[in-house]
Design a protein around this ligand. Sequence first.
Ligand SMILES: NC(=O)C1=CN([C@@H]2O[C@H](COP(=O)(O)OP(=O)(O)OC[C@H]3O[C@@H](n4cnc5c(N)ncnc54)[C@H](OP(=O)(O)O)[C@@H]3O)[C@@H](O)[C@H]2O)C=CC1
Ligand SMILES: N[C@@H](CC(=O)OP(=O)(O)O)C(=O)O
Length: 365
Amino acid sequence: MCAKKIAGVLGATGSVGQRFILLLADHPDFELKVLGASPRSAGKKYIDAANWKQTDLMPKSAENIIVSDCSSKNFKDCDIVFSGLDAEYAGPIEKEFVEAGIAVVSNAKNYRREEDVPLVVPIVNPEHLDVVEQKLETAKAEGKPRPGFIVCISNCSTAGLVAPLKPLVDQFGPIDTLTTTTLQAISGAGFSPGVPGIDVLDNIIPYIGGEEDKMEWETKKILGSVSQDKTHVELLTPEEIKVSAQCNRVAVSDGHTECIALKFKNRPAPSVEQVKQCLRDYVCDAYKMKCHSAPEQTIHVLEQPDRPQPRLDRNRDRGYGVSVGRVREDPVLDFKMVVLSHNTIIGAAGSGVLIAEILLARNMI
Ligand SMILES: NC(=O)C1=CN([C@@H]2O[C@H](COP(=O)(O)OP(=O)(O)OC[C@H]3O[C@@H](n4cnc5c(N)ncnc54)[C@H](OP(=O)(O)O)[C@@H]3O)[C@@H](O)[C@H]2O)C=CC1
Ligand SMILES: N[C@@H](CC(=O)OP(=O)(O)O)C(=O)O
């Protein structure tokens, strides 16, 4: 068996960072060695620096790691660095890591819109990693050292949204119009400081800054395609797909729910049964590649009239699967359905780990 790859986590104390710690403990391909966070945490043992909020206990292997500051020299032995950094600080830190030749898989929004940076939901568009492969091959052909690179993970609500869209577009052709109304968990807002109980208990907050724009834009990149020369990703145009999002924060710990409706371009539209069968039959490439964390069932189609529910369904396939229920005809568009995804697993850290498994399988790290 090959030696494990050395991994580091930036923003290791936060909501996403803590999920990375859980997912990387006892991972067969990666050994977590370096943890980074803000100057407030640097120099402390992880157990003292992190305000642990997961329902699983902190892995023993992480407890005594001394938290580093987020300088690339502390991560120079890492084969891969996962970032769960606060977006306010992620930009220059991640840039410095890439310039130091490090492979970074980031949850932060800062580089998602760069045309040569793949924005990847690993159960949907892993082929966008061809852009990275091309960069590595070009450097090799020019006799240059292996360059650093960044792969971005999408916004967490967008990850859940695009999962059922991908097999539908593959089988029935383009989507003309798409609407989504989200009910987002509080873990999505992070832990520093997090959503105050007084704001969210007995309440719904109908605003999440920047979220609607991110969902509308990122969907077009994720469902877009790699350019012929593999140097960048081409987005779907507004003429190709119209997306409208409304985002709400609700008093749920983990798991984003979305009520979506869509209309296909092609007529006649498929039947409800064809739509459900298409979702059930979808097998993501990461599973075909035998990646360790890939979901066995990418999309769980639930038939019970009151499902999916976050507390009952968010952990399907260990949080890497997406649940879809209440698939039915829509009197305005073609279909409507309810989608549930685990926001810190397939919406964040889990996607990061699965992307790294794909990079490893494709020999890019
Ligand atoms: N939560 C979610 O579901 C999702 C979040 N994201 C994105 O992932 C990123 C992390 O989110 P989340 O975990 O929720 O956020 P948190 O607020 O919970 O965590 C932020 C992390 O950044 C660190 N940090 C803060 N300031 C600095 C600094 N100056 N230098 C270095 N590190 C710093 C914090 O360290 P310290 O504890 O020391 O302050 C902490 O580890 C964000 O960009 C977010 O938008 C993406 C998808 C989903
Ligand atoms: N904004 C999401 C979390 C997230 O994914 O944010 P961003 O797209 O900035 O990484 C939430 O609040 O639930």
